[in-house]
Design a protein around this ligand. Structure first.
Ligand code: 13P
Ligand code: SF4
Length: 340
């Protein structure tokens, strides 16, 4: 097999490699664009390349395939790189729960985190809802609340609870759904509830506990602690700040030399920031790894580039893609940068 660099050079005029911040350095150093979920979705809409190779997890490649032009092909180096959280919201169950919530005649706007399948984005798009990412969740939750009586936030209950709290909603107006019996316990929407939370979570960020924050505070009393909003609400409440991977990267870059910064997110990113900013003591709140992000390695990326012209691109059927695109475009429109 020829080297990764040779394969990239071979396709250079018709190839764009995109990588999420949680990818390993060996992938990131070869990517044309590295970003958080929102930046990468925006990037796709601006690319001219015939082949887009998405190094991340499956829902990201699916979103790219939905946003790309019909003549572009989106590839995932490892098709089995899924996301545990995205799998926690099966489309038929979400449809059933939405139907139960709307029995009272309430207008329930679904807002799905981008970490969800194309089928979920399509359900949301058809129901007048939108997608959000961790970078724009507050803006999009405000948007969704303006469209209807209440919001069904899915699939991440932690991000939903943290975002609802950040925009000032009282705890009494936020309700976590019980979907254990196939949604049968879900009541019709009540007037005093503004946000219903789908009870999913990121298996990686959920491992970070309040005790981890307390241990960092005890050992490094001067440390600033920043976490990703997929962490538990009590972890976010005890930290000094929370935000998307891009927020964490910006904050690390602005931290004065000699300071200590503890970061609660996926280990590839924390370790990269520690290497990038040796003047700051950067440490993980707790070491957590996303095994799905780790499935994309140099070998898999090289193999995909080698077979680029014959490989099956990621495909989403036309009806699902059209409805899911509605939900993604509502987000891109609501969060368009002001100078565009
Ligand atoms: P962001 O890059 O949007 O912060 O996403 C985190 C994540 O978990 C992606 O899977
Ligand atoms: Fe999914 Fe969590 Fe991994 Fe992100 S870090 S891909 S949300 S399991």
């Amino acid at each position: 097999m020829t080297s990764l660099a040779q394969q990239i050079a071979r396709h250079q005029h018709r190839l764009a490699i995109l990588a999420h911040h949680y990818q390993a350095d060996a992938i990131v150093e070869h990517a044309h664009f590295v970003g958080d979920s929102l930046e990468l979705a925006r990037q796709v809409t601006e690319l001219a390349a015939e082949h887009i190779v998405f190094c991340g997890v499956h829902f990201m490649a699916e979103s790219a395939a939905i946003l790309a032009r019909p003549e572009q092909k989106v590839h995932a180096p490892v098709l089995q790189a899924g996301c545990v959280m995205a799998n926690m919201a099966p489309a038929p169950l979400v449809e059933a729960v939405l139907a139960r919530l709307t029995r009272s005649g309430a207008r329930v706007i679904p807002l799905t985190y981008v970490n969800s399948s194309a089928a979920i984005k399509a359900v949301v798009g058809r129901a007048g809802g939108a997608v959000c990412t961790s970078a724009n969740a507050q803006r999009m939750l405000q948007w969704a609340l303006e469209q209807g009586d209440c919001v069904l936030f899915l699939p991440d209950a932690n991000l939903g609870a943290n975002t609802a709290r950040a925009i000032g909603l009282p705890q009494t107006s936020i309700e976590r759904l019980d979907i254990c019996a196939g949604g049968l316990h879900v009541p019709a929407a009540q007037a005093d509830v503004r946000v219903y939370l789908w009870p999913g979570c990121c298996a990686v960020h959920h491992k970070i506990r309040l005790e981890d924050i307390q241990a960092v505070r005890a050992k490094f009393p001067q440390a600033r602690i920043l976490v990703h909003p997929e962490c538990r609400p009590e972890v976010v409440a005890a930290a000094d700040g929370a935000g998307s991977t891009s927020y964490l990267i910006r904050e690390a870059a602005q931290t004065p030399a000699g300071s200590t910064l503890a970061i609660g997110t996926e280990d590839n990113l924390v370790a990269r920031l520690a290497r990038r900013h040796p003047e700051v003591r950067i440490l993980p709140v707790r070491r957590v790894l996303c095994s799905n992000m780790a499935k994309t390695d140099v070998h898999a990326l090289t193999a995909k580039l080698q077979e680029l012209d014959t490989a099956q691109p990621v495909r989403v059927d036309a009806a699902t893609a059209a409805a899911a695109r509605l939900a993604l475009e509502r987000m891109l429109t609501a969060c368009a940068p002001p100078n565009r």
